[in-house]
Design a protein around this ligand. Structure first.
Ligand SMILES: C[S@@+](CC[C@H](N)C(=O)[O-])C[C@H]1O[C@@H](n2cnc3c(N)ncnc32)[C@H](O)[C@@H]1O
Length: 323
């Protein structure tokens, strides 16, 4: 998401013919200025491409802004979530348009389409999402009214949206270390709220950060983590959605969870035996080491891509702190 700051070089509007003066705009951006672009979409896109080719930094390009009512080639999904003072960063608009081409139906969300940034994990496994929904329905009667819920590793926001549907009075905070994931979640939450599928404001997004890093001292009645469960090193940021080298992320998540729970709080962990029974034994050892108890383990089976096995088991653990 763009953070709109007026720098010392100030805010200037560039209209129609000015949009061809890429050198002047580059100088303005180079001084830390914010440029509001007002003109035909094609010219705006050409200008951005020219500036990028001339070596404008990512940060400078983020200071290219559009008015919220500017014409785009198609409606921008989730635009209200992107607005800052009636202005929206051009890069956020491009992001939302790219995400909109990447839509996926989710049966457990009533068949609604969710939009997913190309760098964010697509929630393809419907059985797993159903499993998380069943786990949410299982814990709901034990939670206080208007529970505070954390969706750790929100990705597209599918678990946060499920929580907001299953518990319509919940205040859900979605967290992830990838800004692209938080932006996808914000766009989907804004659209679901606009369509009346969740309560407006039910899902908020945290600042990007490693696990609990950006959450201050907040505590929750329920924490959900559909964790990366392939025990292999992640070679890049995107692979952290699936790969967890040495199971270090899930172990750190579990170790930190009890301090984040309100009394009587619960944790739902989505996991799989994709990496074999040893990974499950390790997971259950980490749960015990963290001082958490297993209250239940829902399971199902999904087709696996592994050569030796046709199926793998998927689990939703229902965990509680020690009484
Ligand atoms: C298996 S995906 C789940 C995505 C989404 N919740 C879903 O169910 O489709 C795991 C998510 O955890 C995030 N993640 C991995 N390591 C993380 C970390 N150290 N801190 C925060 N998020 C992390 C990934 O970016 C990814 O979005």
């Amino acid at each position: 998401m763009a953070v709109f700051r007026a720098h010392s070089a100030g805010v200037r509007v560039f209209e129609n013919r000015d949009l061809e003066a890429s050198d002047r705009i580059a100088r303005h951006l180079g001084r830390g200025g914010v440029a509001i672009l007002d003109g035909p979409w094609e010219k705006i896109i050409r200008l951005r491409r020219t500036l990028a080719a001339k070596g404008a930094s990512r940060e400078a390009l983020r200071n290219l802004m559009l008015r919220a009512d500017a014409a785009t080639p198609q409606p921008v999904p989730g635009l209200p979530a992107l607005l800052r003072d009636g202005l929206v960063a051009l890069d956020d608009v491009l992001f939302a348009l790219r995400s909109a081409e990447n839509t996926h139906p989710v049966e457990a969300l009533g068949g609604s389409l969710i939009t997913v940034h190309p760098d964010v994990l697509v929630p393809r496994s419907q059985p797993l999402i159903w499993l998380i929904r069943r786990a949410l329905e299982r814990v709901r009667p034990d939670l206080p009214p208007a529970p505070a819920v954390l969706d750790m590793g929100c990705g597209s926001g599918v678990c946060a949206l499920l929580a907001a549907q299953v518990m319509p009075d919940a205040a859900v905070l979605a967290a992830d270390h990838l800004p692209e994931a938080l932006a996808s979640t914000a766009v989907n939450a804004a659209r679901f709220a606009a369509e009346g599928r969740i309560r407006a404001g039910a899902v908020a997004t945290a600042e990007p950060g490693d696990l609990y890093e950006t959450l201050g001292d907040r505590r929750f009645d329920l924490i959900i983590f559909n964790a990366p469960w392939v025990v292999a090193p992640a070679r890049n940021r995107m692979e952290t959605a699936l790969n967890d080298g040495g199971q270090r992320t899930i172990r750190r998540f579990l170790a930190g969870a009890p301090a984040r729970l309100n009394p009587g709080g619960r944790v739902i962990v989505g996991y799989s035996d994709h990496s074999g029974p040893r990974a499950i034994a390790n997971l259950e050892r980490f749960i015990a080491e963290a001082g958490l108890r297993i209250l239940g383990r829902l399971s199902d089976r999904i087709k696996t891509h592994r050569k030796k096995r046709a199926w793998e088991a998927i689990y939703a653990y229902d965990l509680a702190g020690r009484e």
